[in-house]
Design a protein around this ligand. Sequence first.
Ligand code: HEM
Length: 406
Amino acid sequence: MADTTAAPRVESIGADFFDDPHAHYRRWRAAGPVHRVRFPDDVVRWVIIGYAEARAALADPRLAKDVGQVEAILHEKRRETRSDPNVSALLSHMLGTDPPAHTRLRKLVNKAFTAKQVAGLRPRIEQITEDLLDATADRDEFDLMEEFADPLPVAVICELLGVPFADRADFQAWTRALVTVVGEDEGRPAAGAAMVGYLTDLVRTKQADPADDLLSELVLADDDGDRLTDKELVSMAFLLLVAGHETTVNLIGNGMNALLRDRAQWQALCADPAAVPLAIEEFLRFDGPVDMATVRYTAEPVTLGGTEIPAGELVYVSVAAANRDPARFADPDTLATDGHTTGHLAFGHGIHFCVGAPLARLEATIAVTALQRRYPDLRLAPAALTPRWQTSTLIRGLLALPVLTR
Ligand code: HEM
């Protein structure tokens, strides 16, 4: 399709991209805010990297999200005939729908994530945080990802949804297989099937015996006779579980990685714990957990930043690149936890703005505050000086973050 239009030259994402995506974005930015990019699966997608264009794109209904259309376009580009039915079923959630279907699904979960509802979770999140840090108390060194940033949000989302925490190794492995792009597809069908089977059983258990958790609430939710189907429940549970796994984990991990590289900022924050919530906003801007998990397609031709994108094209908004646009943020490649960060796009913008934002902000604030209190001398272990990153274009996160406690 559009590969032959007189559009910007095609950039590409190879294995070296993930160590420093911003080096690539800086280079691309010199040629403009809208690019065509060849992804590791050899498919060319459009990528928006300018802040103003990203913000406009996220709120533009002509850039639609219907997952059936997205898959159809992807299959045409890959010359494949059909999608994996389990993977498709998992992706038919509100982040893969447009109004009015989106409005209906969003209404059903919105009330569970209001700031007030989420504030009620504070004591439990603090307890989980303290328990995890107790387990590291007599250690000189530990992996902040494996032992803290990773289990904390996972434990919280498991409790909230009513998913057994003991099963986390399984669904974490399936989720990773589903969101990783390089090394493509091998594990996806098997992971999709396992995940659908697991969540279907769980939905049935809640239907038979509802408990005091969000999944049971969703099973019982009835808006004037409008109820969620089993398929909708499975994909909604999947979305919330993935969001709880791959996002807040990396907000804490990426943020601490950046902060511990600048002793003065770490110490300033230790001296002023009340400043942590605003520092979290800078973590989100500087190195947030989402990069291009913002898949859309052009339902009609759309002109952005002076470039026309034809109809029927896949468009990804890089919120990571937008958050480093020098036209919007002064000195964008420097972390500045001085409380002045506003307007970042880490949680998206428009009708799909992140439902979980209040929960993610609260968890990260509790996590960083607890680390400061317990480990004021915390620093990166030598192995952390060369960070290893996940190879996903959707998510940005570390594989490990070894730290020294004293
Ligand atoms: C949507 C980021 C945590 C649930 C989104 C979007 C972004 C995002 C960028 C919009 C994507 C788009 O427009 O295509 C983040 C970040 C998080 C985080 C950076 C952590 C720091 C969470 C958590 C949950 C959650 C903890 C739930 C437990 C959702 C849901 C949507 C969403 C359900 C879809 C909303 C809709 O389609 O209306 N998130 N998220 N997120 N997020 Fe998050």
